[in-house]
Design a protein around this ligand. Structure first.
Ligand code: AMP
Ligand code: ZN
Length: 111
């Protein structure tokens, strides 16, 4: 199994798990970009958001992101984002949501 997030989901690579459900897993990012930086992934391999067609799973991923934010005490605010495909800056080709927070985040979009 090549994919590192599949290996984490299978338990053959280690990660600091934050949330688990039958179809979704969340773990600490190895190179955090903020005081809180957690990744939410589907247990099954899906390359990116481009390939996501399962509405139930999409909902579970988003609800997991919200649960991670609550568990991490991010009541002051947080951000959820996903990088998709090459031009989106995706480095690990297994769909993941970044949950970042724990500091005042700079604006990402103009206006
Ligand atoms: P992206 O650029 O959106 O594909 O983000 C990939 C993220 O995965 C980066 O923030 C990495 O720090 C993180 N990452 C890569 N390998 C691991 C790992 N083994 N455990 C936890 N996070 C990882
Ligand atoms: Zn995978």
């Amino acid at each position: 199994m090549e994919c590192i997030f599949c290996r984490i989901a299978a338990g053959t690579a280690t990660a600091r798990i934050v949330f688990e459900s039958p179809r979704v897993l969340a773990f600490e990012d190895l190179h955090p970009q903020a005081p809180v930086h957690v990744l939410v992934v589907p247990r099954e391999h899906i390359d990116s958001l481009w390939e996501l067609v399962d509405a139930q799973l999409a909902g579970e991923l988003l609800l997991a992101a919200a649960e991670v934010a609550r568990r991490k005490g991010l009541a002051r605010g947080f951000r959820v984002l996903t990088n998709a495909r090459r031009d989106g800056g995706q480095e690990v080709e297994h769909l993941h949501l970044h949950i970042v927070g724990g500091k005042r985040l700079g604006r990402m979009l103009p206006g």
